[in-house]
Design a protein around this ligand. Sequence first.
Ligand code: SF4
Length: 69
Amino acid sequence: MSSEARGPSRAAPPAGLCDTCRHQREVRNTRGSRFSLCARSRQDPAYPRYPRLPVLACAGYERREDRGA
Ligand code: SF4
């Protein structure tokens, strides 16, 4: 088994606006990497499921009010 430089504790890249948007869903793969999924993509094909990060401007952005309180 070879050792990997990238472990599960690797920091996720900032997702820009998505990180504070109520439409963001966090998805993790089996290797522990985190992906930012846009839930708006389910209803509107104008939004990519996995937007290119960081998102700096987005017409669909809506601030998430509470973060787990
Ligand atoms: S609506 Fe825009 S800002 Fe919000 S999660 Fe989707 S791409 Fe990101």
